[in-house]
Design a protein around this ligand. Structure first.
Ligand code: P53
Length: 482
């Protein structure tokens, strides 16, 4: 429905993921997840994924910011900012420690009961992701992650237990976080986090890409089954998909650059097409066939996909992607990273992420035109170094500036373009462990947490300048941005 103003009931808040803040990685029966075997990296040094836990290495997710024991204090701070919604995930390994267990772990279920009750106490709506980069490590080792059809059953069992248990506590669900990130199929880190795949040494790019299509398909079937079951358990559930959306800009107006941008899009954003339309786009079927990949896709799977389409499209927005055909022609596009080039008109964060607020308005328009579904911004933000002053204050005007510009573009999309938008949940309202680098010092928060990359600190929480700023933004329903 068109709304000339930011709608009443707009879900302002923030988003996190269990493994990036909870800590307590082996408490109360929790099993080991893929995030628990990832070491700390830097802006230039990737995280290592070790085969089990090696003593002496720094695994930042083990303790994170200990939200597991601080959640009451942390939700209270979010309520103080006026949060209407809080997105987090349910750590799969708290509920099914190995993933293939027959019975769920009651202590894990209880933790989320307490967390959701705390949210509701402050009128905060929980927005819950089921799979956010924290697949049980046992499923990785024993089954090869989502390359194995059995994973569908394990995911669906996990989803069903959560839907039933939190039937009256959670209305908004997301099945898989950033499912489209694995289109970077030769990125070992993204494949391990998204699908629980550990590539063997010496595998070719083609073998990796084939594995990605297989895993992606099983995840889409698992998601569709979960949507179907969820709607039966509670017809009021709103169950969405979630992608990392990054509008593609051609570097020049040449036909090669424009077509390359289209091809890039087709190869990245088909996951949400399947989630929304219940079938594969022709471009993907053609690409798979042309490359001789033969993923196991049954007729029954195709029916399930049609029956389990999503209610809304959630996405993260951090930056746009600019492509150039200098290195790769549109018909030769295999490795997507070869097409990506720096956008000369944009500034970058300290981690090299391009800053492009107008890209958010473009994203909202493109996704609306494509899907005609309610949209939900469930991540956006600036990872930055913060400096604590002698008096304890933190003047993060760079973060305020980033968010202000993005919110302003978002409001143009709603008020001028008529985009149907459910809410805005910037990433990491409280400092947490970076997914990409494992660092603590890549900070997104309104709330500062005293802990550094070496794992040292008191864990004390404090309010940054952006805390007071965001509080005013929410109180004015997005009108007071200065
Ligand atoms: P960090 C890659 C590209 C875009 C988004 O990222 C990504 C990633 C994975 O690193 O992740 C999402 O922490 C993700 C969150 C993550 C956030 O973006 O690397 O859903 O878990 O923390 C920010 O700065």
């Amino acid at each position: 429905m068109y709304s000339a103003k930011m709608p009443k009931g707009f879900l302002w808040g923030g988003a996190v993921a269990a493994h990036q803040l909870e800590g307590a990685w082996n408490e109360d029966g929790k099993g080991m997840s893929v995030a628990d075997v990832m070491t700390v990296g830097t802006a230039t040094k990737p995280r290592e994924i070790t085969n089990g836990i090696i003593p002496g290495k720094n695994y930042p997710n083990h303790d994170a910011i200990d939200f597991y024991h601080h959640y009451k204090e942390d939700i209270k701070l979010m309520a103080e900012m006026g949060f209407k919604a809080f997105r987090t995930s349910i750590a799969w390994t708290r509920i099914f420690p190995n993933g293939d267990d027959k019975k769920p772990n009651e202590a894990g279920l209880k933790f989320y009961d307490n967390l959701f009750d705390t949210c509701h106490q402050y009128g905060i709506e929980p927005i819950i992701t089921l799979s956010h980069f924290e697949i049980p490590f046992h499923l990785v080792k024993k089954y090869g992650g989502f390359t194995n059809r059995k994973l569908i059953d394990y995911f669906v069992r996990f989803a069903t237990v959560c839907f039933k248990r939190y039937k009256n506590k959670v209305k908004y669900w997301i099945t898989f976080n950033e499912i489209d990130n694995q289109s970077a199929y030769n990125n070992d880190f993204l494949m391990a986090t998204n699908s629980g795949i550990l590539f063997k040494k010496g595998m070719t790019d083609k073998e990796k890409e084939a594995a990605m299509y297989q895993a992606g398909h099983y995840e889409l079937v698992a998601s569709a089954l979960a949507v179907k079951i969820g709607h039966k358990i509670n017809p009021n559930f709103q169950i969405g998909c979630m992608i990392n959306y990054s509008p593609v800009r051609p570097l020049t107006p040449s036909s090669d650059d424009v077509l390359l941008a289209d091809k890039f899009e087709q190869r990245r954003d088909w996951f949400s097409d399947v989630h929304v339309f219940g079938k594969y786009p022709n471009a993907v079927e053609a690409y798979i066939e042309r490359n001789g990949y033969r993923p196991d896709i049954t007729d029954e799977d195709r029916i399930v996909l049609q029956e389990g389409t999503v209610d809304y499209v959630a996405f993260s927005y951090y930056q746009t992607t600019t492509v150039s055909s200098k290195k790769v022609k549109p018909d030769d596009l295999t490795d997507l990273s070869k097409a990506v080039t720096k956008n000369p008109t944009l500034k970058r964060s300290d981690w090299g992420w391009e800053i492009d607020p107008e890209g958010l308005r473009i994203a909202l328009n493109q996704l609306t035109d494509r899907y005609h579904k309610p949209l939900f911004i469930v991540e956006n933000g600036l990872g930055a170094y913060d400096k604590v002053e002698a008096d304890g204050s933190i003047h993060d005007d760079y973060r305020i500036d980033y968010l202000k510009k993005h919110i302003s573009e978002m409001e143009k999309a709603v008020e001028l373009d008529g985009v149907n938008l459910m809410g805005y949940l910037p990433w990491g309202p409280i400092d947490l462990v970076s997914a990409g680098t494992g660092q603590m010092d890549k900070r997104y928060g309104f709330i500062y947490v005293d802990k550094n990359d070496a794992g040292k600190g008191t864990l004390k929480r404090s309010r940054k300048d952006s805390f007071y700023w965001y509080k005013k933004v929410i109180a004015s329903n997005g009108k007071k941005l200065d």
